[in-house]
Design a binder for this molecule. Structure first.
Ligand code: ZN
Ligand code: ZN
Length: 132
């Protein structure tokens, strides 16, 4: 049993890496054909466990499903308002943001998030085509 669980975890982690910021449902759906024995509950549990152990990141935006990112390096995300897709954003420097907040209200900042919103490439070209 233990061995099987370890194997399932590895399979789910590989699938997470192959997909682009997927939701748990997307991971599960993509695995059904190859691994029909892995249940939806297992996928949710394993992804939650990876996030809890710092092996994956949970991306939460109000009103959308939680997405997972295997890349736990420091980076930010751009969210598509139309399809919900998430793209990576790399900033050269966000140094000072935390310090500015501290100066303004005496609050000691030990973390922050930066989120970008807009339209992904596929959705922007769909909009352009509609306008034609
Ligand atoms: Zn989109
Ligand atoms: Zn990312």
């Amino acid at each position: 049993m233990q061995e099987r669980q370890t194997k399932q975890k590895a399979i789910i982690y590989e699938r997470l890496k192959a997909l682009d910021h997927p939701t748990a449902t997307e991971v599960y759906t993509s695995m059904q054909k190859d691994y029909p024995s892995i249940s939806r509950a297992t996928v949710f549990r394993v992804l939650g466990g990876l996030a809890a152990r710092g092996k994956a990141r949970e991306i939460r935006v109000a009103g959308t499903d939680v997405r997972y990112d295997y890349n736990v390096e420091n980076h930010y995300h751009a969210h598509c308002r139309d399809c919900g897709r998430v793209a990576d954003v790399f900033l050269s420097s966000t140094e000072g943001i935390g310090n500015d907040a501290k100066v303004m209200n005496g609050f000691t900042v030990d973390g922050y998030t930066v989120e970008f919103f807009g339209r992904c490439k596929a959705c922007s070209s769909a909009v352009k085509q509609e306008k034609r």
